[in-house]
Write a protein that binds this ligand. Structure first.
Ligand code: 4HU
Length: 311
């Protein structure tokens, strides 16, 4: 008899499970439509080069890649954003802005380690192109909170941390750390609550940071309020101003109980340039439930003209 089990790291959806999945995706779709996002899709197989970046992100290290029979280097998408960028670049200036698109793609990762971790998941994506102001972040956070509320999770169960990479960018520049190292350093900072400080500090030394610079970074990440951060980088700093605007908008949306500032939040993707956010379970210290942020410079990394973007 052939092996009846699904391929390692993958799952079957029998009707009982499919019913739950359809229920969940129904809420993703309904919230997307309530916030005026249109659905799109793209192939799960893309050119490998769409995903390869040099900042050392886990998502790139775990790329599910292979060659087809013609020798093309291909990959199963580990995330949707690069495909979305490709679609936006294909249509170019013929798209009316702002673009508000959503998708529910299956995303893949390939881990050699066998820790019972899965190799595929479905991920709800919401993205906005063409809005430079924090109204975009506010809408995304509002949509996320609406979704959680609809499935019975209120602000007592789920919190949403927010921060702004522009603050860290200023701190690194002040410590004479080259701009080219910014993404790499963000990826290492993101690992602080996943692996030991020792390991992260060793990698920071490897990237070329001095002990003094590392100390400075760790100190600003530990600052416990936005006002205290403002005292470090200045009250009119763009990163601080944007976060204050976001908290004001969030208050007007009725989202007070959900949001909190966390200087230690950076997220693990190289392309974020501004505000980042992350929803977490208040009753556990598991990995994030969802996250995102602003990525205003992604399109130029593919050779196109940049558009303000957030997702
Ligand atoms: C990730 C990416 C693709 C598939 C799986 Br499972 N997890 C990491 O977010």
């Amino acid at each position: 008899m052939i092996d009846l089990q699904p391929v390692k790291g993958t799952r079957d959806f029998f009707p009982d499970e499919m019913r739950l999945r359809t229920w969940l995706f129904g809420h993703f779709r309904e919230v997307s439509r309530l916030f005026s996002f249109e659905e799109y899709d793209a192939p799960v197989v893309e050119s490998e080069e769409l995903f390869t970046r040099k900042a050392g992100e886990e998502i790139v290290q775990q790329l599910y890649r292979f060659q087809d029979k013609s020798g093309r280097s291909l990959a199963l998408r580990p995330e949707m954003t690069p495909s979305l960028a490709r679609l936006v670049l294909l249509k170019g200036s013929s798209l009316a802005l702002p673009i508000k698109w959503f998708s529910i793609p299956q995303c893949w990762r390939y881990e050699r380690m066998t820790r019972g971790r899965r190799r595929e998941h479905f991920q709800w994506n919401l993205d906005i192109f063409g809005v430079a102001g924090v109204e975009a972040e506010a809408e995304l956070v509002a949509a996320i909170a609406s979704f959680f509320s609809r499935v019975g999770l209120g602000p007592e169960a789920v919190g949403i941390k927010v921060s702004n990479r522009k603050i860290l960018e200023t701190v690194l520049a002040g410590a004479k750390i080259e701009t080219e190292k910014f993404a790499q350093v963000c990826i290492l900072i993101d690992k602080l609550d996943k692996v030991s400080h020792e390991l992260v500090e060793r990698d920071m030394v490897e990237v070329g940071l001095e002990q003094e610079q590392i100390r400075l970074i760790l100190d600003v990440l530990a600052v416990d309020s936005l006002e205290a951060v403002a005292a470090v980088v200045g009250d009119e700093h763009k990163g601080v101003v944007e976060l204050r605007q976001l908290f004001e908008l969030a208050k007007n949306y009725g989202l007070d109980g959900w949001l909190s500032f966390d200087a230690g939040l950076v997220r693990g993707l190289a392309y974020y340039t501004g505000i980042v956010f992350e929803a977490f379970d208040r009753n556990a210290t598991l990995r994030a439930i969802c996250g995102g942020g602003r990525y205003d410079c992604l399109l130029s990394t593919f050779g196109g003209s940049d558009l303000p973007a957030c997702g």
